[in-house]
Design a protein around this ligand. Structure first.
Ligand SMILES: Nc1ncnc2c1ncn2[C@@H]1O[C@H](COP(=O)(O)OP(=O)(O)OP(=O)(O)O)[C@@H](O)[C@H]1O
Ligand SMILES: [Mg+2]
Length: 317
């Protein structure tokens, strides 16, 4: 049984200036355990999808099942789901520990669980310090900690690394990996590509509310096809003409004598063959595998990862 299953999900927001289709016929299956990345540029519908999955908003069309329960039965599984969609409101002058203890009381969780959670998120040494003395990364780890109080099987996190510096991003990555190793399923959204590539077992990429690629990181890279090769050769402009005439997608490189060719590195011999028959010999040939970033940009047509928007207030429905 999939941990999450969304089928033909559609969400339209209507406002004074007409309607916006935020999620458009999106189908998604998340199998656990492990980290499932949900990747898309700003405004592509990640938060809207997660809110539909959690029953926080109703989809215009389509259906959702979480841990086998559909939306009307979500209350039967909600104790097995931890979620971080908006930054929780912590009391700034209370310690991290006291904040979690208060949340534990509200959730009816044994307070002993708080210490275990603080350890999991690496805050045990700072647990008695006030929340407002924490770095952004520590605040974010405390927020993830709050989702773990009920020891959930499924954890949904909307951009937990947003706005963090590289060290904070690594801490979140290690935390997600350690939760996955404990057998949890983590569904985590991001527009930070390099990060997702290192963290996730499986990926779903969306653009404009639609799924445009899914599978393991390697499968997504492979589905986008080719990588690139760089070659050094005397008379690069002449060699480039030969390659273009033979149908290669190629261009002059950044330095004299360099040419870049869009080709699967496994096919590199084709380049040398075409050049050799015209008496041109390659000095060096280097493969550059497709990066998730280049795949993402070519799939989504996005202008690149946007600047972090951690503290931007979110519109509510
Ligand atoms: N409450 C709302 N009312 C109207 N339109 C909305 C609302 N929430 C989101 N939208 C629109 O729906 C689309 C998807 O937004 P959503 O927040 O789901 O994207 P996102 O992928 O989470 O973006 P980001 O990376 O910026 O967080 C956007 O065009 C957004 O402007
Ligand atoms: Mg969002």
């Amino acid at each position: 049984m999939p941990v999450i299953q969304a089928t033909d999900l559609r969400k339209e927001y209507s406002g004074r200036r007409g309607s916006v289709v935020a999620v458009d016929d999106l189908s998604l299956v998340v199998e656990g355990p492990g980290v499932h990345g949900f990747l898309g540029p700003n405004g592509s519908g990640k938060t809207t999808t997660i809110r539909c999955l959690l029953g926080l908003i109703s989809p215009t069309e389509g259906s959702v099942k979480v841990l086998g329960a559909d939306v009307s039965e979500l209350h039967t599984v909600i104790d097995r789901v931890g979620a971080l969609v908006e930054t929780p409101k912590f009391f700034p002058n209370f310690s991290g520990r006291k904040n979690l203890r208060m949340l534990a009381t509200v959730a009816g969780v044994d307070k002993k669980r708080v210490d275990a959670v603080l350890e999991t998120v690496g805050l045990q040494d700072r647990s008695k310090d006030t929340f407002n003395s924490y770095s952004l990364g520590m605040k974010q780890r405390l927020a993830v900690g709050a989702t773990l109080l009920k020891d959930p099987d499924l954890i949904m996190l909307d951009e937990p690394a947003n706005g963090l510096d590289p060290a904070g991003i690594v801490e979140i990555r290690l935390l997600l990996r350690s939760l996955a190793e404990q057998g949890k399923t983590i569904f985590v959204s991001s527009h930070q590509l390099g990060e997702v590539q290192q963290t996730c077992d499986v990926l779903t990429i969306i653009s404009q509310g639609r799924v445009i690629a899914s599978g393991s990181v390697d499968e997504v890279l492979a589905s986008a096809g080719q990588g690139r090769m760089r070659l050094a050769i005397a008379d690069a402009p002449g060699a480039l003409q030969v390659l273009l005439a033979a149908g290669f997608s190629a261009r002059l490189g950044a330095a004299p004598e360099l040419i870049e060719v869009d080709i699967d590195p496994m096919q590199g011999a084709l380049i040398t063959q075409h050049l050799a028959v015209t008496g041109r010999f390659v000095r060096s040939l280097q493969a550059e595998a497709a990066s998730l970033e280049s795949v993402f940009l070519s799939l989504t047509g996005a202008p690149g990862p946007a600047a972090p928007t951690a503290d931007e207030p979110k519109a509510s429905e």
